[in-house]
Design a protein around this ligand. Structure first.
Ligand code: FES
Length: 172
């Protein structure tokens, strides 16, 4: 099925296409295949820019808007580059009442970065999100999928130091 892949494709590399083809039998419906296919692209490239979405639509033979709807609905897909550690700060009501806005500001200032940007060392991206379903731990953050909360400024300092140290371990 991969014979129709154009060599000019930038994001649908042969490896990504192979992963998508392996998924086809489990997801015979092309719409259902979109999510795992997008995930394959993101794992390979770190994000799913519009160009990659267009390529996927062409590859699967679906309208580009189908792909874009999925990417823009789920915040697990990134339309811009993100740092190695993606920190979500919940900004919904329970967390806001317990200081989430202050913590978000603290984190951004501490890292010297704007919201949704990547720190110059490529390590961190911070983003305010809607309720992440752990209100009982408010104010709560999520770091690469792991919930941490309730958090305060001192814990954020520790977290940053720990993640920087971890990054040094894996990057000689
Ligand atoms: S309001 Fe923050 S996790 Fe629900």
């Amino acid at each position: 099925m991969s014979s129709h892949v154009e060599p000019a494709y930038r994001y649908l590399t042969p490896e990504v296409c192979a992963r998508i083809e392996a998924l086809r039998s489990r997801y015979p419906d092309r719409r259902a295949l979109l999510m795992p296919a997008l995930w394959a692209i993101q794992e390979a490239h770190g994000w799913v820019p519009l160009e990659a979405q267009t390529e996927l639509a062409a590859y699967l033979g679906v309208p580009p808007v189908w792909v874009h709807e999925v990417v823009s609905f789920y915040n697990m897909y990134h339309e811009r580059p993100v740092g190695r550690y993606l920190i979500y700060v919940c900004g919904n009501i329970a967390c806001s009442l317990r200081g989430a806005r202050r913590l978000l500001r603290y984190l951004l200032d501490r890292l010297g970065v704007a919201e949704r940007a990547v720190t110059p060392d490529g390590l961190f991206t911070v983003e305010r999100v809607q309720c992440i379903g752990a209100c009982e731990r408010a104010p709560v953050i999520q770091v690469n999928g792991e919930f941490i909360g309730p958090v305060d400024e001192a814990q954020l300092d520790d977290l940053i130091a720990t993640l920087r140290a971890k990054a040094r371990e894996v990057t000689p």
